[in-house]
Design a protein around this ligand. Structure first.
Ligand code: BES
Ligand code: ZN
Length: 591
């Protein structure tokens, strides 16, 4: 067997999937998807075809002509799931699997009506990255293989289905009380970009190529917050070249969505915690949009090359931000990122192999080792290349890179070779080998000077001397500056300082989730009881791991609040996404 990805049983020498036809019915009572996946194969070879699967109930497998094929499921690996081995005859072009997902499918969250904005209809959504697609569809679940797809999705009447694809016609379902939605995805994608959501949805056009979808109750707020999407899209094209996915629509999710955003092509998923009411968190939309070039066109071949997706995308996101909001705004965003990176470096230790850009994750669960390192160390490395080569030269390089590798999946080695080919000597000049293959943060990391950042630093220095910032300066600060200030206070504060912050700035009432979460983390670490109701409320409502993990960690880190953390987790874990639940369980168990 020639495996090419430590997180997949797929062996491309057995055949490669080029297209998938899905026909699925969504069963909210049984919490299952049930139906068929028809895989179209290229270069198939007689013998075993091994697919990835996790907790799927397979009923049977046929070839394209309706002949039943022998199949067997191998022992379940705790990280990879079960290899599904199908015996295929010579010349097999299609394999059809009849199956159902299990209620515990790691890609899927089934929400009760109470967990939605409307409170009346249930909701289902998927999150396939990194290796969860296999719990939704049996397939070769590696980003090294790309396929186009079509889908027929039957849902209870009154609900809508959306996918990372072009919507097609919608009509009555096979039985009374059902409705069927059709989709077609002509551009080939890696499996982790497969996505489905079902619920009570409304939508509004925001530009010729963009539409926002969300529950009707959130539509006005979402449309207002992200009104600038078309300007972003045009800016992205100016810097990175043509937009190759036709449309850039997005879906604002229920609050349990475990990430800030997910770049599902043609339908980005976004957390509702971005709805700050002042457009201060639109950088996440810029980030997911930027993946349309870096990540979705040029895709990491395995999770060992994840920095190619995220490092480039953070860099691209900040380039878009710089165009739209100016250099200062981009510098503040970089400073927030740098703080996050320093935290991660402390958590892992500077010699940890997990602080390399190119990692070796064999035997490791990508969810368990997820961190900001590929994002922010990756960003600094790309920014260093840009600074050293000069912006014009580097922008030309990036456009070439995207064009050359569009709709392919590449390794770090492929990137290094292309860099040397196009900009010979640059890698040596910046010591790229050290950046990519060694742990820690090299001393030549770029910095981003900013007047506004200086003001925040001054205020933090004054705080250490016992001088509090005035109300006026806080009022003048943007959300980013406020966030930087709170980040700089670091960890545990005496109760009277917490009380002062709360009274002066009404932090527990902040509409900006970044600021609120930063504050609640401080309050949790400090055991500041007046904020406990706000902490309970937040942990019971929001499922975004970026916020949950630090708050839980802070509570678990102190004897006095450990049982509170466990009590809150027991109460709400059923409402978290399976990926978040598992991550938090590890935290709680380790405390
Ligand atoms: N693709 C990621 C989310 C992801 C990564 C999900 C790995 C599962 C496994 C997405 O583009 C992302 O990076 N989201 C960030 C946004 C941020 C960096 C602006 C997030 O969710 O916070
Ligand atoms: Zn990303």
């Amino acid at each position: 067997m020639t495996r090419i990805d430590p997180h997949s049983f797929a062996d491309p020498t057995q055949g490669r999937t080029t297209h998938v036809d899905l026909d699925l019915e969504v069963d909210f009572q049984g919490k299952r998807l049930k139906g068929t996946a028809l895989l179209h194969l290229k270069d198939s070879r007689e013998g075993a075809l091994v697919l990835d699967s996790r907790d799927l109930l397979v009923e049977g497998v046929r070839d394209g002509k309706g002949n039943e094929l022998a199949w067997s499921a191998g022992k379940k690996d705790p990280i990879l799931g079960s290899p599904l081995r199908v015996e295929i005859p010579k010349g097999t072009e299609k394999v059809e699997i009849r199956y159902a997902t299990s209620p515990g499918a790691t890609a899927l969250q089934w929400l009760e009506p109470a967990q939605t904005a409307g409170g009346k209809a249930p909701y289902l959504f998927s999150q396939c990255q990194a290796i969860h697609a296999r719990s939704m569809v049996p397939l070769q679940d590696t980003p090294a293989i790309r396929f186009s797809y079509s889908a027929t999705v039957t849902v209870p009447e009154g609900l809508s289905a959306v996918m990372s694809a072009a919507p097609g016609e919608e009509g009555p379902g096979p039985r009374p009380g059902t409705r069927t939605f059709r989709f077609r995805m002509p551009q080939p994608i890696p499996s982790y970009l497969l996505a489905l959501a079902v619920g009570s949805l409304a939508s509004r056009d925001l530009g010729p190529r963009s539409r926002v979808y969300t529950e009707p109750e959130m539509l006005d707020a979402a449309a207002w917050e992200f009104e600038g999407v078309d300007a972003m899209l045009r800016t992205g094209e100016e810097i990175f070249g043509p937009y190759r996915w036709e449309r850039f629509d997005f879906l604002v999710m229920p609050p349990s969505f475990p990430y800030g955003g997910m770049e599902n092509p043609r339908l980005t998923f976004l957390t509702p915690t971005l709805l700050a009411g002042d457009r201060s968190l639109v950088n996440v939309l810029a980030h997911e949009l930027a993946h349309s070039w870096t990540g979705n066109l040029v895709t990491n071949a395995t999770m060992n090359d994840f920095w190619l997706n995220e490092g480039f995308t953070v860099w691209a996101e900040r380039r878009i931000l710089e165009r739209l909001e100016g250099e200062e705004a981009a510098a503040l965003a970089a400073a927030i990122g740098r703080n996050g990176l320093e935290e991660e470096m402390k958590r892992f230790g500077p010699d940890s192999p997990l602080t390399r850009l190119r990692t070796d994750l064999e035997g490791m669960d990508p969810d368990e080792v997820y961190s900001l390192v590929p994002y922010e160390k990756g960003f600094l490395f790309v920014a260093l290349l840009e600074k050293t080569a000069g912006r014009d030269v580097f922008d030309r390089f990036v456009k070439d890179y995207i064009e050359r590798f569009a709709f392919t999946s590449i390794t770090t080695g492929d990137f290094e070779a292309f860099l040397e080919e196009k900009l010979p000597g640059l890698a040596a000049e910046v010591d790229a080998r050290r950046w990519i293959h060694e742990p820690g943060l090299p001393g030549n990391a770029p910095t981003f000077p900013s007047k506004r950042l200086e003001t925040v630093r001054d205020a933090l220095a004054a705080w250490k001397e016992g001088k509090k910032p005035g109300r006026d300066i806080w009022e003048k600060w943007s959300s980013a500056e406020r966030q930087l200030f709170l980040q700089g206070l670091s960890g545990k504060l005496p109760a009277r300082e917490c009380a002062w912050l709360e009274e002066s700035f009404r932090l527990s009432e902040s509409k900006n989730a970044e600021i609120l979460a930063e504050w609640l983390t401080i309050a949790a670490a400090s055991g500041f009881e007046p904020a406990f109701p706000a902490i309970r409320d937040f942990l019971g409502k929001v499922g975004r791991m970026k916020f949950l993990k630090p708050i839980y960690k802070a509570l678990l880190g102190e004897e006095r609040t450990r049982s509170l953390a466990k009590e809150i987790f027991r109460k709400h874990s059923g409402g978290y996404h399976p990926i978040a639940r598992e991550g938090l369980e590890r935290l709680v168990a380790g405390a």
